[in-house]
Design a protein around this ligand. Structure first.
Ligand code: BGC
Length: 359
């Protein structure tokens, strides 16, 4: 009798633990220190309420080793699809390969995992378009016919493939206007050297990005902007144009420029439509952001994951070369947000609630 009780207790525990630990889809996000990725977590949780699949979301906190452990933990729990947004594009190949070896599908989320054939799909926004939107915005805000307008360039992290795509788009738009003298680049000697070249190689881009990288870190961004302003002459100030790579760094850079009395007016870019930046836009402290509707990215990833779990193939449009293979891509469009359309696009669409902001 006692034995039977023991066995049944054991079986109940086994069943309960299988229930608790079984995971169908694992999601690994780069860090929860940046609001961008917390946004993705929130949107994943909202979207997953309606699926029958079990999903677990883990953060890698900017560490490829943690990322790999996260993938190991998720495949150990039986995950058949792993959605990874890599911290470091090249280092993440190891994480993707762990998942592949365990028989799981790998979806690269927002950022491409480089140098491996262990990636099945890439779900992303059109990142070159993001950069183009920044460049065009800055150009549109130049007074017609003026020359020598000070331009400060900032970029993301060299370890993130997106930083190159954003920069490529921005450069394609800005280069003709740097070349014809409309803009004068203040803080990158490499950009000045390359100003007659529209299509840069990855190496050339890396040289510029290396000089103006924020490493996606708000503190680095602020320090870099302050250093640039210390070095700049008064003639490099007045009305200035700032290419900032995302909202977090844009706010940090904007704060530094606002604190400089010789800066009379600035135009600054951004992306992600983070709540704090939406408030900055309403207050006129940030000029624009590129809205990447995370709901679309999450929806596309979950759809793809569900199809894969059912043994079907997700539809793709185009592909991205990761240095090893051409990864089939599922791509979402972007939208430019300024003070003029912020309410229409972010509030009326239900993305954010009106009461979250001071108008
Ligand atoms: C993402 C951006 C984000 C940045 C920093 C990029 O790869 O596409 O949305 O702001 O990383 O985390």
């Amino acid at each position: 009798m006692k034995k039977l009780l023991l066995i049944s207790t054991f079986l109940v525990m086994l069943f309960a633990s299988a229930l608790t630990f079984a995971v169908d889809i694992g999601v690994v996000l780069p860090t929860n220190v940046e609001p961008r990725w917390v946004q993705d977590e929130t949107r994943f949780k909202e979207a997953l309420k309606d699926t029958k699949y079990t999903v677990e979301i883990l953060f890698s906190q900017g560490s490829p080793a943690t990322e790999r452990q996260n993938v190991e933990a998720l495949v150990a729990k039986g995950a058949k699809v792993i959605i990874i947004c890599p911290h470091d594009a090249v280092a993440a190949a190891a994480s993707a390969e762990v998942a592949k070896k365990a028989g799981a599908y790998v979806i690269s989320y927002d950022r491409l995992i480089m140098g491996t054939d262990a990636v099945d799909y890439y779900v992303t926004f059109d990142s070159v378009e993001v950069g183009k939107a920044w460049g065009n915005f800055l150009i549109q805000n130049v007074k017609k016919g003026t020359k020598g307008n000070p331009l400060y360039l900032y970029a993301g992290a060299l370890s993130d493939n997106n930083s190159f795509l954003f920069f490529q788009g921005a450069w394609e738009a800005l280069q003709p206007k740097i070349f014809d003298g409309t803009f004068r680049v203040i803080n990158s000697s490499e950009a000045v050297k390359l100003m007659n070249k529209k299509n840069l190689t990855r190496d050339e881009m890396a040289r510029i990005i290396g000089q103006v990288t924020t490493n996606w870190d708000f503190n680095v961004a602020k320090r870099k902007a302050e250093d640039d302003l210390t070095k700049a002459k008064t003639t490099d100030k007045g009305t200035v144009y700032i290419l900032a790579p995302n909202d977090g760094t844009a706010r940090a850079i904007a704060d530094a420029f606002r604190a400089d009395k010789a800066v009379k007016q600035y135009y600054i870019t951004g992306q992600d439509a983070e709540k704090a930046s939406v408030q900055y836009i309403i207050d006129g402290k940030q000029s624009m952001t590129v809205f990447k509707d995370v709901r679309l990215l999450v929806k596309d990833s979950i759809n793809a994951a569900q199809l894969l779990l059912q043994g079907k193939k997700p539809a793709t449009s185009g592909s991205y070369d990761n240095g090893k293979i051409k990864v089939p891509a599922i791509q979402s469009q972007i939208q430019v947000i300024t003070k003029d359309n912020v309410k229409k696009i972010l509030i009326d669409s239900g993305y954010y609630s009106e009461k979250d902001f001071q108008w």
